[in-house]
Design a protein around this ligand. Structure first.
Ligand SMILES: Cc1cc2nc3c(=O)[nH]c(=O)nc-3n(C[C@H](O)[C@H](O)[C@H](O)COP(=O)(O)O)c2cc1C
Length: 361
């Protein structure tokens, strides 16, 4: 409450990208100094037998992760776990450093509890970021993306180059296929372009790291069916649904900056993502896990995604709007919701309501 009543109104007076950079700089101190980390952990960390899961060969202390894009360069790599996240996704990382799109490139949508993001995959590049990954203590996923100056047809070579640099130092590799802010990037989700990428990545994945795919939310039924088919064929461990919304026609945004260029996060994308999760679950035949991402602000939001079919969830915007206690609060609320429904373990709730959703009417 203190964050929402006092801190947030002050932060929201300042340029969003400046606040983003300032926050990461501040959190990087916690990452460097063990004692600060221990104090943070004592205050914020939350786990329980009901929420703990073993998935993709890894132990998740609770179902909440940090989504890609907040810690692009892994500067605060060890703070996220102390803040209560079960794992953090670093990146998205490209082979070379990239400066991204011209500023301004981040806007708040306060009436819609969301953001417009137009960063365009800026990051310090795989070789620099891997030095941060080497320092990790908790579970980390490295989100890798095609470099902006590489043609779509050469994407497999580019993903391979980045994969080879970062994969020895990450627990999970996420292949980002869905950045809405780089021209044609989402075209990587087509069967023709995606198959060579998956074939290549799995052929070089000697350490058998879990491979997750991050998809967009603007896919036709045929495109989503192709992704499901290829995920099974290439033994993809999990699908992350979803990235920022590209198409904002149906979102009914109210905030001042609703027409700025970029992808939309937050509350207004939540319901569509839930439908996509349910569709992925209905068609999974248990062959991949699902990570739900988009518009989670409360334990109830996370629970809805879990009942639609998600095994784990991730967030960014909820943290920005609700502050550092968010993860702790969501986990406690989730624990109560599961207990009220007489579930002894979170896995009993996964997909229970997937049949209630209809993505393609
Ligand atoms: C500031 C910001 C930067 C982001 N950058 C990336 C990125 O580099 N790679 C990626 O896969 N997703 C990126 N995303 C998308 C998020 O990972 C997530 O899918 C999306 O924001 C929906 O979750 P949310 O509503 O909880 O924020 C970014 C989101 C935000 C808000």
């Amino acid at each position: 409450m203190f964050y929402q009543r006092v801190i947030r109104p002050i932060l929201f007076l300042i340029d969003p990208e400046k606040i983003h950079n300032f926050t990461i700089w501040g959190l990087s101190f916690f990452s460097k100094y063990k004692l600060l980390n221990v104090l943070l952990k004592a205050k914020l960390n939350y786990t329980s037998p009901r929420l703990r899961q073993r998935l993709c060969g890894l132990n998740f202390k609770n179902p909440i992760g940090l989504a890609a894009g907040l810690d692009k360069n892994g500067q605060a790599i060890n703070t996220w776990s102390a803040m209560g996240f079960a794992w953090a996704e670093i990146g998205s990382i490209t082979y070379q450093a990239q400066s991204g799109n011209k500023k301004p490139r981040l806007w708040r949508l306060p009436q819609d509890k969301g953001l417009v993001v137009y960063y365009g995959l800026y990051n310090q590049g795989a070789h620099k970021i891997v030095e941060q990954l080497k320092k990790k203590t908790g579970l980390i996923s490295a989100s890798i993306a095609k470099s902006n100056d590489i043609a779509l047809e050469q994407a497999a070579d580019d993903y391979q180059a980045t994969f080879e640099v970062v994969s020895p130092y990450a627990d999970i590799i996420t292949i980002n296929l869905s950045c809405p802010n780089v021209d044609n990037f989402t075209g990587l989700q087509s069967k023709k372009l995606l198959e060579p990428i998956l074939e290549r990545v799995q052929s070089i994945n000697k350490q058998q790291k879990p491979i997750w795919l991050k998809i967009g939310q603007d896919l036709s039924k045929a495109e989503l069916d192709d992704i499901i088919y290829l995920s099974k064929k290439y033994h993809i461990d999990a699908i992350i649904a979803c990235n920022l919304a590209k198409d904002r026609g149906s979102l009914d945004l109210k905030s001042l900056h609703r027409d700025k260029p970029g992808g939309i996060s937050g509350e207004k994308i939540r319901d569509r993502v839930d439908k996509i999760i349910a569709y992925l679950y209905q068609n999974s035949e248990g062959q991949y896990k699902i990570i739900g991402t988009g518009g989670i602000f409360s334990g109830y939001d996370a629970y809805k995604k879990i009942k639609a079919g998600a095994n784990l969830v991730q967030l960014i915007t909820g943290l920005i709007y609700n502050g550092p206690m968010t993860i702790n609060i969501i986990n406690r609320q989730l624990e109560n919701l599961l207990a009220n429904d007489n579930f002894k373990h979170i896995s009993e709730a996964v997909g229970l309501e997937s049949g209630d959703y209809h993505l393609y009417e």
